[in-house]
Design a binder for this molecule. Sequence first.
Ligand code: GLA
Ligand code: ZN
Length: 670
Amino acid sequence: MKPEKILYGGDYNPEQWLDEPDILEQDIQMMKEAHINTVTLGVFSWAVLEPEEGKYDFEWLDGIVDRLIKEGFSIILATPSGARPKWMADKYPEVLRVDANRQRALYGYRHNHCYTSPVYRQKVREINMRLAERYGSREGVILWHISNEYGGECHCPLCQEAFRTWLKEKYQDIHTLNKAWSTTFWSHTYQSFDQIESPSPRGETFLHALNLDWKRFVTDQTADFIREEIQAVRDGGSTLPTTINMMYDYEGLDYHKLADLVDVISWDTYPAWHKEPETETAMDNGMQHDFMRSLKHQPYLMMESCPSATNWQSVSKLKKPGLLSAQSMQAIAHGSDSVLYFQIRQSRGASEKFHGAVIDHYGGTDTRVFREVSHIGVDLEKICELKGAVTNAEVAVIYDIENRWAIEDAQGPRNKGMYYKQAVEKSYYAFRKLGLNVDVISMDQEFGSYKILAAPMAYMFRAGFAERVRDFVAKGGIFITTYWSGVVDENDRCYLGATPAGLTDVLGLRATEIDGLYDHETNQLVPEDRSIFATKISYECRHLCQLIDVSTARILMTYGTDFYQSQPAVTFQPYGMGYGYYIGADVEQSCYDDLYRRIVELSRVHVPVEQVPEGVEVTTREKDGDVYIIAQNFTPNDLFIDLGEGELLLGNSSGKISTYETIIMRRRKQ
Ligand code: GLA
Ligand code: ZN
């Protein structure tokens, strides 16, 4: 069943209230009042569903599911593997995780099971199948929420064995592994696969290729676990779509490898608003939305967000009036088909008792948060036709997890911060300030159809990447890369010869030395061509300055000081039917803004809104020949924006857009 509504609601934990039956009825009334239409059930219900091994109790859940469906709510049903019952850990200690120091955890917390343990997999299979048999074909149950926020790693003997098997499959013989891992360094050569241990602070952490393969294994093992969870649901007879809820900028897993396992991408977002200028937080959150959407290039779900203050950030900041609406609409703007909260009702005890919720301990509808939640519910009904609308982007930025693992692991030009994410953000922000939709993709994703591709700090060029970029540029694509790119292969082994490996002719240069700057140091980039860089005489750069030997590239900027003063820093050149740009230093945002504005002007990229005021986010979604233009103001000031002709779905038509306001306009696509 595919409801024609934007999903609105969130995590609901009625198992915490079984001894107070009135609560469910109150909640149902209040949810209806707030225009909530969806709840996520069962995320942490295992101990209530299977209070003793093999003894199941579904009756309480039957009652709740029946009631909710009768009242017209959609249900997202979770498998409970995110936290397990105590009896299980006591009887089968192998389900508990072992840390990198080889110490097994005691029972407690959550999200901390061994992904390899056959016992755990079997127990999960049994409960998942039963849930699927019972609820997996119910009208009103719309989606499987598989486990919760997969993450972390286990170093138990079972996982070690699985890792060795994984390595054997990958390398076949130990000599190939030794070569790939550069083990002759410090005499770390292995004689057989049986000797290999996962990285440990008590053992090996300096073989970067081992660290990389371990992280890849952790993703693959998690993927295997997810696959089994989903298979159990299928074997229980349910054909409903599945999702896993992913996390903000999570670096423990390669989400690209998990995306194909599920039908729908979803993620949990908890931005720390009111900490820095809201526009920065909005950009950062927007980039994560775009990363999630780009995993499948489809509408996705915002599975969790906080209606009030969280209780786990260093300071639990209230959302100022209007901000919750802006945060919720931002999800829709970037391609989400839902606004879901953690949580509907605040728990009474334990670690999340002060975490924000739609219904707090007071329990009434006359609260500021409840009123705002209700208001958003009404707005989402007004704009429900956006459900299923797709996001088309002509520009993309590469943000690659393996590249990140490798950059952060390597002892190199700056061990106190390479600022990879910030480098990606600078490219992303520069595009977004022009109101362009931006896809945020991995190095392995398809990029042939974009008009502009930015690959900041693409340190690791995995096999085939350089060739694909060459082809892209030859056919007319604009490729932008930066310092510290094309340095190593997928095993973190340095390329021999000129770098960026395989692209020196596309860029018309060769990177030579790279200077790490102390925190207090700066240099400048000085434009050669003032017509492009109109806003400043020079731009400040920090952290890293790449020195380059230019062969055929045209020089756009040079360094302002130090022994490399006047040497080239930013270049471009035509190649085939396209262009290759190179940015040599970690330069300030305004330089990216100026350069990218110019590149976009010269390209065939369509800009949806001519003048985007600073701090206003513009995005578009498309459906059935209509384009929805969405503008959001994250600044403290009233601003003006001309969105052109169209039918207004949300906001006002005066051209004024006030703080936290969202305007949504529909018009026919030309
Ligand atoms: C995560 C979890 C939820 C809850 C929230 C609190 O996203 O998935 O169960 O703990 O954090 O913010
Ligand atoms: Zn394990």
